[in-house]
Design a protein around this ligand. Structure first.
Ligand SMILES: Cc1cc2nc3c(=O)[nH]c(=O)nc-3n(C[C@H](O)[C@H](O)[C@H](O)COP(=O)(O)OP(=O)(O)OC[C@H]3O[C@@H](n4cnc5c(N)ncnc54)[C@H](O)[C@@H]3O)c2cc1C
Length: 386
């Protein structure tokens, strides 16, 4: 008998498991994968190098609460990520900054002049409807074509004009020489890796972890009061409105017999090669080793769901699932898959901490959930679809 069944042992599920267990609740945490940590899972490969199985994960946040909370389970290795983009035969800083402009156009502008330069290149568009509009409106066609058009096409298999404005709106342009990829107050990597941090979080007598277990396989065989569900929302409701579209990635790892292979943590390739970027893990992990491992990211349509495709019709489809999720009693949908949103790790941690506070505030005894899951879910679907 458990108070909570938590589906998914990534950040969303593990933070809630830890908080609830500390609050004296009995938790069963399941994951269909063979490991904890969700997409942040890291491990040592056969050469003994620490790598991130689902692509490079760099921790950054402006939230002191999130940073301190995770700091209970790990020491932090200070790390500020830097990215170069391969453009016109050069490696230049991205996000675009003063050095990027000076290198690309052979100029020697200062911080005050570069704003004027970008302004002279910008082509004002009104209304700003999509990602192409956002970028051309801000930096003009030339920089748009050098940095964004090809990268976006590879990443999403869509032209920037077909993507929500919100995607490009997140990308900053800087008139100073700040070449850090993120500008957050707290930036770092878990000193012994993410998996070690998750292991410490989940090491509690009130938490039972079951791996290699899909939610639908076991839900009717167990008794619990509440469910926290961090898996895909369309899967939970048996795809009753159809599948929510995702973009996936294939990660190809390569270990080289030398200490370092590239000039910085990540190199982006907006225009050449089928992959979008290459990351060398040693920059992130700080590991000393005579060899080095790189990961190449190849965007693809099929595979694990990584990025919700930000288009208005998909947001509409998600809204229908959200209505079903809102109507479910004693089931809480949280995390990136259950809410069909791209979130950074710190945002997911913040969400889980705040859901925990809500659950604790509303802590009346709930009866055990019983009746088969299929009955409950199909009843919900029937009521909403009619
Ligand atoms: C390539 C890539 C790079 C990223 N880099 C960064 C970065 O540098 N910095 C950053 O802050 N964020 C980064 N992110 C985002 C980060 O991965 C997410 O914020 C984080 O993983 C979200 O945690 P989550 O628990 O919501 O989801 P997940 O980590 O995906 O965990 C969900 C878990 O639920 C399990 N699950 C799903 N369905 C079921 C089911 N039916 N039954 C049982 N288990 C189930 C899954 O197996 C999974 O383990 C990156 C994402 C990607 C794709």
């Amino acid at each position: 008998m458990f108070d909570y069944l938590i589906v998914g042992a990534g950040f969303a599920g593990s933070v809630l498991a830890e908080r609830l267990a500390a609050d004296n609740k009995k938790v069963l945490l399941i994951d269909r994968r063979s490991h904890i940590g969700g997409n942040a899972f890291d491990h040592y490969n056969s050469d003994g190098l620490l790598v991130h199985k689902y692509g490079p994960h760099i921790f950054h946040t402006n939230s002191r609460e999130v940073y301190d909370y995770l700091g209970r389970f790990t020491a932090w290795r200070p790390y500020e990520h830097r990215v170069l983009a391969s453009v016109d035969g050069m490696l230049v800083p991205i996000p675009i900054n003063l050095n990027t402009i000076n290198a690309l156009y052979g100029m020697n502008l200062d911080a005050t002049q570069v704003a004027g330069f970008l302004e002279s290149k910008a082509e004002h568009r009104s209304p700003v409807r999509n990602s192409e509009d956002v970028v051309i409106n801000k930096v003009g066609k030339d920089l748009y074509e050098k940095f964004f058009k090809g990268y976006t096409k590879k990443q999403w298999d869509l032209d920037p004009s077909e993507l929500d404005a919100s995607v490009a709106a997140r990308i900053p342009t800087r008139s100073n020489r700040d070449d850090r990829y993120f500008a957050d107050t707290y930036q770092g990597m878990p000193a012994e890796g993410y998996t070690k941090m998750f292991e410490r979080m989940l090491d509690h007598p009130n938490i039972k972890v079951m791996l290699n277990t899909d939610y639908k396989e076991i839900v009717n065989q167990l008794r619990f009061r509440k469910i926290i569900y961090t898996g895909a929302v369309d899967y939970y409701f048996d795809y009753c409105y159809g599948k929510l579209p995702y973009r996936s990635l294939e990660f190809r790892f390569e270990t080289k017999d030398k200490e370092t292979a590239q000039a910085t943590g990540t190199i982006n390739f907006p225009n050449e090669h089928p992959y979008t970027r290459v990351t060398e893990f040693k920059y992130l992990t700080g590991q000393q080793h005579p060899k080095t491992t790189l990961v190449y990211e190849y965007p693809q349509a099929e595979g694990d769901p990584y990025y919700p495709v930000p288009r208005p019709e998909n947001a509409e489809l998600y809204k229908k699932y959200q209505q079903l999720a809102d109507a479910a009693t004693n089931v809480y949908f949280t995390g990136r898959l259950a809410t069909y949103r791209y979130y950074n790790m710190d945002q997911v941690v913040a969400q889980s901490l705040s859901l925990f506070k809500k659950l604790r505030a509303a802590a009346t005894e709930t009866p055990l959930l019983n009746g088969s899951r299929n009955d409950v879910v199909s009843d919900l679907i029937q009521r909403k679809i009619q």
